[in-house]
Design a protein around this ligand. Structure first.
Ligand SMILES: [Zn+2]
Length: 484
């Protein structure tokens, strides 16, 4: 909303985000960064106070003129008032105030759209005043001296100056240097005591075709033992386990959480253990993100059509309540797969289909169409009531999805070339995972189980002559080893 929304992506370009973890080079710079976070918050709160006062005044006396909610109007009001309300304003970039006001404008529009029924999803409340402990520090720069340094190790922001990137910025730097990407804005933010710069860009889109444009695959995502089961076009079943270090992280987390429960809230010990806990959470989330990107990249580059279930992740979350950490992270990973696939398939020239939400992919026997009405969530294999075959639950569901021909839910998928939820790519700090040409150990990262599936390089092997597997023996369904 606001002024940023008016930007039109030119034909042939796509919006993409890149995120880099950065660190301040000096203590003064660190201070300056926090000053900017505070300045953004201050401007946000000031503008919100103006809007609220105006609304209150108009509620009493409708003759009071309405205060414009647009970014230029509020920014103008700020510029007139800043000398009075914030005599220190010169110490920070004007972009700090501007981004606070822009975010408020977006929040106000979200609220009014939601109230008027023009906005899907959950009801959006009226914007609230931000306090330091409730608001994540962030500031966005849309103009000024912002660039990636040619050494590929530094980023420069206006006023704040050079920040050291913890990762190589090569991928984006090269695109910018050759004119294939344009930087729209840079957002500096803090998450769990770490600093990140998100670079919003538009990238020149080169049309690509997947390796097997006519082939299809189906993915069944589970919360159980197996993280994902993929039915390939040649009818091999690939089972992807959870990343092994993730189980370890979970175990450690249990121990640390127990430790924390014994500490007094507010004590130094409590703070220390909390920091440890946050680090473990971060690790678990990173492991999951890595896996999501690895899987989606491999599949998007290979298949012309990918079919997934249209899961209602939000409802799943509600139904499960406050379950264990393991599940919640698994769920987060599942929620990420679909949007990630949506933009990657668009990028690679394939398409993503969402099988209708009420399609009983687990309960219908692939092949004969036999239907088992009362399938429990814990049942990993079931006997088909029509033909008596023992059916492996997840493999069967994946096959059903692959061969899905029914109605397709049209959500964020068919967006054509411009299917980029902007911050998504950046989950990896702009570093491509599984990038072409890099020696990426597919076979050790994606765990493949099943005796007759020796697939190690999914992209290149076509395997036309392979025998389709009829009924999956139940014995192989648990063969989801956690080797790494
Ligand atoms: Zn059957």
């Amino acid at each position: 909303m606001g002024a940023r929304q008016k930007f039109e992506i030119p034909e042939g370009w796509v919006a993409r985000g890149f995120r880099f973890e950065v660190e301040a080079t000096t203590a003064e710079q660190q201070e300056l960064i926090h000053q900017h976070f505070g300045a953004r918050r201050f401007a946000h709160n000031w503008a919100l106070a103006q809007v609220r006062a105006n609304l209150d005044a108009r509620a009493v006396d409708p003759a009071v003129p309405a205060l414009g909610w647009s970014l230029p109007a509020l920014r103008k009001a700020w510029n007139q008032a800043k000398q009075q309300v914030a005599p220190w304003w010169r110490e920070c970039s004007k972009e700090a105030y501007s981004s606070g006001i822009a975010d408020l404008v977006a929040a106000l529009h979200n609220w009014s759209d939601s109230k008027a029924g023009r906005r899907a999803g959950r009801r959006v409340g009226f914007p609230r005043f931000k306090a330091r402990h409730r608001d994540r520090g962030r500031v966005r720069f849309t103009t000024g001296a912002m660039r990636l340094e040619p050494d590929r190790r530094h980023l420069t922001l206006p006023v704040i100056g050079r920040l050291r990137s913890k990762e190589n910025t090569r991928r984006l730097q090269r695109l910018v240097a050759t004119g294939r990407a344009r930087i729209l804005s840079m957002t500096l933010s803090e998450h769990g005591g770490r600093l990140f710069v998100s670079v919003a860009t538009i990238v020149c889109h080169t049309p690509r075709t997947p390796a097997e444009p006519d082939a299809r695959c189906g993915i069944d995502l589970g919360i159980g033992h197996e993280w994902a089961v993929i039915a390939h076009d040649d009818d091999t079943i690939q089972r992807v386990a959870h990343p092994a270090p993730w189980a370890q992280t979970h175990m450690k987390r249990c121990r640390v959480a127990r430790q924390r429960s014994r500490r007094i809230v507010g004590s130094r010990g409590h703070r220390q253990v909390s920091a440890k806990l946050a680090a473990l959470d971060r690790r678990a989330a990173n492991l999951r993100t890595d896996q999501v990107h690895l899987l989606t990249t491999i599949l998007a580059r290979r298949y012309g059509t990918i079919v997934v279930e249209d899961l209602d992740i939000a409802a799943m979350g509600r139904a499960m309540g406050r379950r264990a950490f393991r599940r919640s992270v698994a769920r987060a990973g599942i929620g990420k797969v679909r949007p990630t696939l949506a933009y990657k398939t668009a990028q690679e020239g394939g398409r993503l289909l969402l099988a209708e939400r009420w399609f009983a992919s687990s309960k219908t026997h692939h092949g004969c169409g036999g239907y088992l009405a009362d399938l429990k969530l814990s049942q990993r294999a079931w006997a088909c009531p029509a033909c008596g075959t023992i059916v492996d639950r997840n493999a069967n569901a994946a096959r059903n999805l692959r061969d899905w021909t029914g109605p397709v839910a049209d959500r964020d998928v068919q967006r054509g070339g411009v299917a980029a939820p902007v911050p998504c790519v950046g989950d990896h700090g702009g570093q491509a995972h599984a990038s072409r040409g890099r020696a990426r150990p597919w076979k050790t990262t994606l765990v493949v189980a099943g005796a007759d599936d020796t697939r190690t390089k999914p992209r290149r092997e076509a395997r036309p002559g392979e025998e389709p597997r009829a009924g999956v023996p139940a014995s192989s369904s648990h063969n989801c080893s956690l080797t790494w």
